[in-house]
Design a binder for this molecule. Structure first.
Ligand code: PLP
Length: 376
């Protein structure tokens, strides 16, 4: 890990300790109006369960209750530790931290680490929640052309030296393009220019495993994992820093225990049944080959159409055949690159894919501009 990154984290941790603002997460379970910490039963006045509804559901044996407060106040159910330990194992990092969602993880992590004197450089195709995180941080920011390592280097060499710290943001698998980021090349540049790398693995986790050297590895449990919640994986100091500085963790209620259990079950299914990931990629390869598209890098297949009207017409044509495919238009994607975004699943059968291929082939005949591969 880069020296400047660990010293920045240590500095922040020291500041929190010195001002008596040090926060740590404490395992807490609830029984009615009591909270249990370290085996001791306390009468709790910490929860925001004003109507006692969560207490009632719990006393009836239900798991489906809300956490009642922030994880730091009384909402840190022990299942959190299980999920976080598992995530850190899966990502080969020291530690992991769950957030309410992937969006929260982004808008919490970026401002916790970066501020006004700093520079953030991000891939132009990065997800809106990264942009929101960057804006909240107050740091200066620039964008490089999608997956264009040479452009990233230009920006680093032109601007890096005038800022205190520099963070580079990219996705592992791009949500609207289905492309993979050249992580090794980007990381090498980060090392050369003393910048830190943060990746958002929202669309990769569970499906594609790449070696990821990033200092900060963020993702969501709402996509391939089929649940809800976001996470950040990295060093112990990174996770401690986020516990102390990331607003969505400090000021928003913890996830309900029912959901934590569902995440544990889903992560188990993901590793116990690796054929799911194989199967969705088989579908992607078959669809791409049938449409004469380049070899797919992920289960996201964009059909770039160009103008909005034709894209919407293509979407309706498919809908008439009983197929729901999203039409993605600016500002979600660059002007002139409206597209159909086909998102495949291991739950699709071979027949389902045949049906989609047939419908798309029929449509291609009527829409001549369809099926250009994405390249800008
Ligand atoms: C969907 C998505 C998110 C948001 O994750 P949620 O858990 O749905 O809030 C973040 N980043 C990327 C790249 C995404 O595609």
């Amino acid at each position: 890990m880069s020296d400047s990154f660990s010293s920045m984290l240590q500095h922040k941790l020291m500041q929190a300790r010195q001002s008596s603002q040090w926060r740590t997460l404490q395992d807490t379970t609830h029984e009615g109006v009591y909270a249990i910490q370290d085996g001791v039963r306390y009468l709790s006045f910490c929860s925001n369960d004003y109507l006692g509804i969560a207490a009632t559901i719990r006393s009836q044996g239900g798991l489906a209750t809300g956490a009642g407060a922030s994880r730091l106040v009384s909402g840190n159910h022990p299942l959190y530790r299980q999920v976080e330990t598992r995530l850190a194992q899966l990502k080969h990092t020291d530690s992991a931290l769950l957030f309410g969602s992937g969006y929260f993880a982004n808008i919490g992590t970026i401002p916790a680490l970066m501020g006004k004197p700093d520079l953030i450089i991000m891939d132009k195709a990065s997800h809106a929640c990264m942009i929101d995180g960057v804006r909240l941080s107050g740091a200066a920011w620039k964008r490089f052309a999608h997956n264009d390592v040479a452009h990233l280097e230009q920006l680093l060499s032109a601007y890096r030296h005038t800022f205190r710290h520099c963070l580079v943001l990219t996705e592992t698998v791009f949500s609207m393009h289905g492309t993979l980021a050249p992580l090794e090349d980007i990381y090498a540049l980060c090392e050369r220019y003393d910048a830190w790398l943060m990746t958002d693995d929202a669309h990769g986790f569970g499906v594609l495993t790449q070696d990821n050297p990033a200092h900060i590895q963020l993702g969501t449990l709402s996509k391939a994992i089929g649940c809800y919640g976001g996470y950040v994986c990295g060093s112990n100091d990174l996770i401690d820093t986020l516990v102390n500085y990331a607003s969505p963790l400090i000021f928003s209620t913890g996830l309900p225990e029912m959901l934590l259990q569902a995440i544990i079950d889903a992560l188990h299914l993901m590793t116990a049944e690796p054929q799911r990931a194989d199967r969705v990629m088989q579908h992607a390869r078959r669809l791409s080959a049938a449409l004469r598209l380049p070899e797919p890098e992920s289960p996201i297949i964009p059909l770039i159409i160009g103008d909005n009207e034709t894209t919407l017409a293509a979407q309706s044509a498919l809908k008439q055949q009983g197929l729901l495919v999203s039409a993605i238009r600016p500002p979600t994607v660059a002007p002139g690159t409206a597209r159909l975004r086909i998102s495949l699943s291991a739950a699709h059968t071979d027949d389902h894919i045949t049906q989609l291929i047939k419908a798309l082939q029929d449509m291609t005949e009527s829409l001549s501009c369809l099926c250009k591969p994405f390249n800008s």
